[in-house]
Design a protein around this ligand. Structure first.
Ligand code: GLN
Length: 198
């Protein structure tokens, strides 16, 4: 495959950093804000930001069900922080009513929103990451953690005894933000997943 066309869901959040990281990792990033753009991508990154706002906008823009359908159909995806929350099949502390974070069910897992936030808002840690030789410097900002994973889900990293990175098939999620550190190994792993090399 030549450079895969990787969409970045650009409703809200830190999209620009993912564009740079994806380019460095050999992909051709494009913004996704509407249905036609979603239909045209080989893979999708869901950035960090605010999962409740993104859920609201996905619904307003009629993207929620099309995105769920593409994920059910095997669209490779990577979600960071708020993106991890949205990729879950179940969200704890999702918020209430109209403003709740809505699960897209890309990965069979239960995540707790703002889980670390109840102890400490933001922190950084060097984590062992399955398949990567050197530790990953992980930046957590009001991050979720993973409380349950399904049988087909591979936990890839832990922080303070909680799972904070997972992969199920071609869907990857991290509770932290690799796009802000300049370390491109996680984006490279995702691009390798998209091209079938990993
Ligand atoms: N706490 C945010 C949410 O619930 C996620 C924070 C982030 O993406 N850095 O979506």
């Amino acid at each position: 495959m030549s450079a895969p066309r990787v969409g970045v869901l650009a409703l809200q959040g830190d999209t620009r950093e993912h564009f740079a990281a994806l380019r460095d990792a050999g992909a051709d990033p494009v913004s996704v804000r509407r249905r036609g753009e979603l239909d045209a991508v080989d893979a999708l990154v869901i950035p960090g930001g605010e999962s409740t706002t993104m859920s609201h906008l996905l619904r307003e823009l009629d993207l929620l069900e099309p995105l769920r359908a593409r994920l059910a159909d095997g669209l490779p995806a990577y979600g960071a922080c708020a993106g991890m929350i949205l990729l879950a099949s179940e969200i704890l502390d999702a918020g209430e009513g109209e403003r709740a974070a809505l699960p897209l069910a890309g990965i069979d897992m239960t995540v707790r929103r703002n889980a670390f936030g109840r102890q400490v808002d933001s922190f950084e840690d060097d984590l062992k990451f399955d398949g990567l030789e050197d530790p990953v410097h992980a930046v957590f900002i009001r991050a979720p953690w993973v409380e349950r994973v399904g049988a087909d889900v591979q936990p890839l990293a832990r922080a303070a005894d909680h799972v904070v990175a997972v992969r199920q098939g071609s869907v990857l999620a991290t509770a932290f933000h690799p796009e802000v550190t300049g370390d491109r190994r996680i984006h490279r792993l995702f691009v390798d997943i998209v091209t079938g090399r990993a």
